[in-house]
Design a protein around this ligand. Structure first.
Ligand SMILES: NC(=O)c1ccc[n+]([C@@H]2O[C@H](COP(=O)([O-])OP(=O)(O)OC[C@H]3O[C@@H](n4cnc5c(N)ncnc54)[C@H](OP(=O)(O)O)[C@@H]3O)[C@@H](O)[C@H]2O)c1
Length: 293
């Protein structure tokens, strides 16, 4: 997608990754950004920074879980600033908890915002994009949408679902000239993860790094935009040696949430013995079949 001269609607734009994406798009010469989140004051501050770059900015202080408000806001936005060429579904919430101690209101909040809020806004915007026969939608998932991690069960579930939703829409909306992509940040230094017990060995990215990778992926129309070498490594590891990932993840899990010290060596020996057994079995099978011929 070419950014210059376009109008973008970015949710979760008052802080963190959404704010960084809005600023990066402005730097790249987008015509207008529409900033959506609940905090009016923070949105106004981001809008002022964007206008200082020379890009028009509109703020929409609403709660994405309030479907009627969102419906009215989208109709007004399309009338006043449409067509919207780019929708970035970035607003999200995450709670870290051992599953056995998880709290239902938090689970409900994660599902209502990360999934239903995104779903509702996307359907309102996509219908209008389809009439206009042009548009790009980027759904912000996470590396945890590919590799689920202990202590983040509901969050991972919502982020896996976002990837499935994105894949389906990508095919369904292609005839209307609408591109659908997913952005998969890994751990990023934002308010969301403050107070989290972090996984070992993971080096946090900055929101600016995520935003720059986002813009590069947007221009290439990548179906899934992975952020940082650690994500590429983790996804390749999952594809090539999936059995190795589980003990590594257990070792990386914050100690407070770990049940027992995982043993990488025993996982490796166990896997090797299984591979040897499979090899022997297939050799025996081959000799048996040739003996019967
Ligand atoms: N940080 C990470 O490590 C990381 C890693 C992978 C993926 N992600 C994903 O990246 C996205 C952005 O995360 P972030 O780290 O930038 O989080 P953040 O700093 O906590 O920002 C979350 C944004 O969502 C908005 N928001 C929250 N609830 C809302 C609601 N009900 N209605 C409308 N807006 C709402 C917040 O604004 P208000 O409070 O003003 O409403 C804020 O702008 C999320 O989808 C997250 O899952 C983050």
């Amino acid at each position: 997608m070419k950014i210059q001269g376009k109008v973008a609607l970015i949710t979760g734009a008052s802080r963190g990754i959404g704010r960084a994406i809005a600023l990066e798009l402005a730097q790249q010469g987008i015509k207008r950004v529409i900033l959506l989140a609940r905090d009016r004051q923070k949105l106004a501050e981001v809008a002022a920074q964007i206008e200082a770059i020379g890009t028009a900015a509109t703020i929409v202080p609403i709660d994405l879980t309030q479907t009627i408000e969102v419906n009215i806001a989208v109709a007004q936005l399309w009338r006043n600033h449409g067509p919207i060429h780019l929708l970035v579904n970035c607003a999200g919430v995450a709670y870290q908890n051992s599953f056995l101690q998880c709290k239902l209101p938090q689970v409900q909040e994660e599902i209502s915002l990360n999934l239903l809020g995104m779903y509702n806004l996307t359907s309102l915007v996509a219908r209008r994009m389809a009439n206009h026969r042009q548009g790009t939608i980027v759904n912000v998932s996470s590396l945890m949408g590919k590799i689920a991690a202990p202590t983040m069960a509901t969050y991972s579930a919502t982020k896996f679902a976002i990837l499935g939703f994105t894949q389906a829409l990508r095919q369904e909306l292609a005839p209307y000239n609408i591109q659908v992509q997913a952005l998969l940040p890994s751990l990023t230094d934002t308010d969301m993860v403050r107070g989290f017990q972090l996984f070992r060995w993971v080096i946090p990215m900055t929101p600016q790094q995520v935003a720059q990778t986002f813009v590069a992926g947007l221009q290439r129309d990548s179906p899934e935009i992975l952020v940082g070498w650690q994500s590429h490594l983790a996804v390749w590891c999952q594809r090539l040696v999936p059995w190795l990932l589980e003990p590594i993840l257990q070792m990386a899990t914050p100690p407070a949430f770990r049940s027992k010290q995982p043993n990488l060596l025993s996982a490796l020996t166990q896997k090797l013995s299984l591979i040897t057994r499979d090899l022997l079995l297939s050799r025996n099978m081959v000799s048996f079949v040739s003996a019967r011929k």
